[in-house]
Design a protein around this ligand. Structure first.
Ligand code: ZN
Length: 220
């Protein structure tokens, strides 16, 4: 799949800055948290470490190779770079990775909980579930070792004790998937708070139908 192959560098950087600012406006990242990347061939464009997403500009975007070595840019790569490059290595259809600390997603991650919900058709058509990857110190091989188990089947995953990561064909798509899970979790939280005893699950045959729709979309 072409992905960003025919997209000029300045446009890739513009899209990363746009999504960084959207994440900042929505309160999904603290000043030094979160990172965004896009892959073009063997080159990965990414947000540098330790820089506010609010003040990010195209000139601050760096590029690294698939081993995380700096190719271009004045600033340093994030120690979380391997989390991005592993997704590109595992999936040819992934051209962008977004990681942030969206509050509802992060609450699930900190509690080490996967998100399964038999209530929302959208949740079952789009995601099936959001698994929680076992804790590993950020940026270390023990965390990266968890990725092959999940990232082939799921576009959004929680990182235990830490946050959330989403993949997509574009940075906007990867971000939108995280936002979609974040919104679903907000409703989940409100429903569980207001109506803790009300049984809301869809029947099993309906969940099966939605699952088949998801798998069909995925194999397109
Ligand atoms: Zn993080």
């Amino acid at each position: 799949m072409a992905g960003y192959d025919n997209v000029p560098d300045y446009e890739i950087k513009r899209q990363i800055v746009e999504v960084a600012q959207m994440m900042n406006r929505k309160g999904l990242v603290g000043t030094y948290e979160g990172n965004i990347s896009a892959r073009k061939g063997d080159k990965v464009y990414e947000t540098p470490t330790g820089n506010s997403k609010e003040l990010l500009t195209e000139g601050k975007i760096i590029t690294v190779d698939m081993d995380g070595n700096l190719i271009e840019g004045e600033l340093k790569p994030t120690s979380e770079t391997p989390m991005h490059t592993i997704c590109y290595t595992l999936r040819d259809d992934v051209h962008a990775v977004v990681h942030c600390h969206a509050p509802y997603c992060t609450a699930f991650a900190q509690a080490n909980m996967e998100y399964v919900d038999k209530v929302s058709p959208e949740m079952n058509i789009l995601f099936g579930k959001v698994p929680c990857l076992k804790y590993g110190t950020p940026g270390t091989p023990e965390l990266i070792a968890e990725f092959p188990k999940y990232i082939k089947d799921y576009d959004v995953v929680f990182l235990a004790q830490h946050g959330v990561l989403g993949v997509g064909e574009t940075v906007l798509e990867a971000y939108s998937k995280i936002m979609s899970v974040e919104m679903l979790l907000q409703v989940y939280y409100i429903r569980k708070t207001l109506f803790p005893d009300v049984e809301c699950d869809l029947p099993a045959d309906e969940i099966e139908k939605l699952t088949q729709m998801r798998l069909k979309n995925r194999n397109k």
